[in-house]
Design a protein. Structure first.
Length: 170
């Protein structure tokens, strides 16, 4: 009976995480769709070329789906903190990566994918550290969690700033 309750809790947590990704998808469609006259179906599932570069690239290459699958697998395995970290890194990287470069006609000089990838990788590391802290010490170690969050934010900010400065020099 307790196993069933644990399985239900994991499934509920994974469902909430999936809902967060669905909201991210819809907000991406709202804010990153090029102006035009689209039907609802075209707006929801249309060609990635109607989207701003990074968001469209993430959808076209499957990275949006891969990230969802990874986060969901972690949540179902009981590592929902890692799944949430990956979602946060994915979303933040997408939001900050889009302005990291102009979108030329041939899309060859947009560096937003580097910002996005670094945010996702850093969030995976931060999520693994967080899972390890909670596994070893339980929820009573809030100070350790804050150290991890602070370090991740500092590193991410440094990476984004460095990437944006490098893009502007090219």
């Amino acid at each position: 009976m307790e196993e069933q309750n644990m399985a239900k809790k994991k499934l509920i947590k994974a469902s909430v995480l999936l809902l967060a990704y669905a909201v991210t998808y819809l907000l991406g469609r709202i804010f990153f769709t090029e102006p035009g006259n689209y039907s609802l179906e075209q707006w929801l599932w249309g060609d990635w070329k109607q989207l701003d570069y990074l968001y469209g690239w993430l959808l076209d290459k499957g990275w949006f789906l891969y990230t969802i699958v990874f986060s969901m697998l972690m949540a179902v395995k009981g590592k929902e903190r890692l799944g949430w970290w990956v979602w946060a890194g994915f979303t933040t990287g997408m939001l900050l990566g889009e302005p990291a470069g102009s979108t030329p006609v041939n899309h060859s000089y947009h560096y937003g994918w580097k910002v996005w990838l670094l945010f996702v990788l850093i969030s995976i590391v931060a999520g693994l550290i967080t899972e390890n802290i909670y596994k070893e010490h339980g929820t009573c170690r809030h100070r350790s969690f804050l150290y991890v969050v602070t370090a991740a934010v500092i590193v991410c900010g440094w990476v984004v700033l460095g990437t944006i400065l490098n893009v502007q020099q090219i």
